[in-house]
Design a protein around this ligand. Structure first.
Ligand code: GLA
Length: 373
């Protein structure tokens, strides 16, 4: 059995496709996948029987060079990773597999990377072949998501699911594909994730539009991507681009600087400094990038309303936007009362019950021993 964590991005939103820096951490919510040799493994081709402990859906498919996407949709994360391993010459036997997950599905906490990365770790253990520790495994999983699930995701989710470490956050350079693990060792603070329970249908089209706006800005600046832009050269080029492209780029340039500053604040255990960067990030996503929504703003505003005196250092939307979750840095001892207070005021004002949990930075993918029954 192998398990891999979900993740939350602490800061660095909508910058990875501009080759910027992101700062995710693995959360204490995992997807586990177990396998045993198939009861009936005769026949020339390997077959996989895949079940889920969470949903009443199964898949059965042949494993070989001709693999293609199929139903149910979630089986594609597994199929895609197996296909990637086959393409690298791994010899995969017939298997009975089962998946179970505590990563909330569809909550923007990367349940898909968790299942991909857990599958890759399990196949390494089964075949005795290894993928180079972080980048190769993460990129194989990313390709599975592109080709089998049809989602053109970046590299962040798979990198952190593979390379996360307990009590560390990851400063990931999306251009160089290199990272640094920064200690968030003090147990005085913890991360609170609140799910607004809304998902506005705008998400997909708007996401693509934001990417296009960013690319327009980079083109106008004559650079490959906004990683290389500065506020100064952006300001000088303002009149040559659409006002949307300018505002999107202003978010990205500011957010990249904030992310690097945030990693530094964490390494100094300067929680107020880190917290202000989270609030600034939220304001920029709301006003310049325009991917927030009233529900997320409400969650962030009530966190800010409690303030540092009551144990909240900072809060922001996390993920693609238009719904999903907020992430806040809070004092561990006050975390429960903070969460209930924000949840109460949110449900009073929206009529929606949010869900929440607290987490410290967790470890990345690992193999787990199982006892045979
Ligand atoms: C979604 C995607 C992430 C990232 C964020 C925006 O959460 O899954 O890969 O693009 O949006 O930063």
């Amino acid at each position: 059995m192998a398990a891999a964590p979900g993740r939350v991005n602490l800061i660095g939103e909508h910058v990875h496709y501009n080759s910027g820096f992101v700062l995710p951490m693995a959360i204490e919510r995992f997807t586990a996948i177990a396998a045993d040799a198939a009861a009936d493994s005769r026949g020339p081709t390997s077959r996989v029987q895949l079940a889920s402990a969470d949903v009443d859906e199964e898949a059965e498919f042949a494993v070989g060079p001709e693999m293609s996407p199929g139903a149910p949709h979630w089986s594609n994360y597994v199929r895609g990773v197996l296909a990637g391993c086959i393409a690298r010459g791994f010899n995969i036997p017939s298997l009975d597999m089962m998946v179970a997950s505590t990563v909330p599905i569809g909550g923007g906490l990367s349940s898909s990377a968790a299942i991909e990365v857990a599958t890759a770790a399990l196949i390494e253990a089964i075949t005795g072949r290894t993928l180079e520790p972080v980048a190769e495994k993460a990129l194989l999983c990313q390709r599975a998501e592109h080709q089998f699930a049809g989602v053109p995701c970046g590299i962040m989710d798979q990198f952190i699911a593979v390379g996360g470490r307990r009590d560390r956050v990851m400063l990931l350079d999306c251009r160089a594909m290199t990272f640094e693990l920064i200690p968030l060792a003090s147990h005085d603070v913890t991360v609170l994730i609140i799910n607004s329970q809304v998902k506005h249908s705008l998400a997909t089209g708007e996401y693509a539009q934001r990417q296009a706006d960013c690319h327009e800005a980079a083109r106008t600046l004559g650079i490959r991507d906004l990683h290389d832009a500065t506020m100064k050269n952006l300001g000088a080029a303002e009149s040559r681009m659409s006002s949307n492209a300018f505002r999107r780029a202003r978010h990205v340039v500011g957010e990249i600087a904030r992310t690097v500053a945030a990693a530094d604040a964490i390494s100094r255990a300067d929680w107020p400094a880190f917290g202000s960067l989270m609030y600034e990030s939220h304001a920029s996503l709301r006003d310049d990038f325009q991917v927030s929504c009233p529900e997320l703003d409400l969650l962030v505003d009530s966190a800010a309303g409690l303030g540092a005196e009551q144990g909240v250092f900072g809060s922001r939307m996390t993920g693609g936007g238009f719904g999903g979750c907020t992430v806040s840095l809070v004092r561990t001892e006050a975390a429960d009362s903070i969460a209930s207070s924000i949840a109460q005021s949110y449900s009073r004002q929206t009529g929606i019950e949010p869900t929440f949990f607290v987490t410290r930075p967790a470890g990345g993918a690992r193999i787990l021993p199982i006892e045979r029954l």
